[in-house]
Design a protein around this ligand. Structure first.
Ligand SMILES: [Zn+2]
Length: 264
């Protein structure tokens, strides 16, 4: 009984550490990949993390995931500027992803792959929330990884994965073209089409319809919550559908692990 807990605690710690790396990806990726017009924030290995407000280097002790945020009370040790709640949230989601992957798939290659899948979705959702973009630098590798995993039938047979990638991309491009026609504005981005292609590559074509349906519900709920929070939504407001799609993809993977119907 003891040994089981050791595995779960290790999975949570591994997930939190990887989540802490995701925070670097989320912060630096947008300037690294030229998605936004902002001063360069460095690459994924250097320079060492610094406070965005005062530039003070973060000490090694304060790089411990979750714990450091709690110890610092959510403020920079040097200047007292508030640290975005996104940092501990992403670390917490990373820890949860590690535990969920282990719960669903045990000590298997599938668990490791599911963790990678969850981590990509967390990064994509957060970057889309902050910039409005789903970078190719993440969506395209995610498509490749899904196809590679399913070349060994890890989550679905390879034929279903290939069909999933093609149908996922095609369906979204069609919806996008219809949207553009109807409203004269871009409704959904290319990035959404590539993310849906990735979800199809990982989960197979049959999961696409329930995933899109779930994402639409989550997107509406998110827009409703934002409106309640005082955000002004207009017809032309571009909808960041990516976070909802990423969340739906993660839920579909959980449903797959639990062998629930509709997601096969
Ligand atoms: Zn500071």
């Amino acid at each position: 009984m003891m040994t089981v807990w050791v595995f779960y605690i290790t999975a949570a710690m591994l997930g939190a550490v990887l989540g802490s790396f995701l925070n670097v990806v989320i912060h630096r990726g947008p300037t690294m990949w030229n998605l936004i017009d902002a001063p360069d924030r460095g690459n994924l290995v250097s320079p060492r993390s610094a406070c965005p407000a005062c530039g003070a280097k973060i000490s090694i002790a304060h790089l411990i995931p979750l714990l450091s945020y709690a110890m610092l009370g959510g403020k920079c040790a040097a200047c007292g500027a508030r640290i975005s709640l996104r940092y501990p949230l992403v670390e917490l989601m990373g820890a949860a992803a590690g535990v969920v992957a282990l719960l669903l798939f045990g000590l298997t290659a599938q668990a490791g792959l599911a963790l990678i899948f969850f981590l990509f979705l967390i990064a994509l959702g957060a970057i889309d929330l902050e910039t409005g973009y789903l970078p190719d630098a993440l969506t395209l590798p995610l498509i490749g990884l899904g196809l590679a995993a399913n070349a060994f039938a890890q989550f679905t047979p390879i034929a279903g994965a290939l069909l999933g990638a093609v149908i996922g991309y095609g369906a979204f491009r069609l919806i996008d073209m219809a949207f553009t026609r109807l409203r004269g504005v871009e409704g959904l981005g290319q990035g959404d089409a590539k993310l849906l292609a990735a979800l199809g590559a990982w989960l197979g074509w049959a999961a696409l319809a329930p995933v899109v349906f779930l994402a639409a519900l989550l997107g509406l709920a998110g827009a409703g919550a934002a409106a309640l929070g005082g955000a002004k939504l207009e017809r032309e407001t571009p909808v960041a559908f990516g976070p909802a799609l990423a969340a739906a993809g993660a839920l579909a993977m959980i449903a797959r692990g639990l062998r629930l119907p509709f997601f096969f």
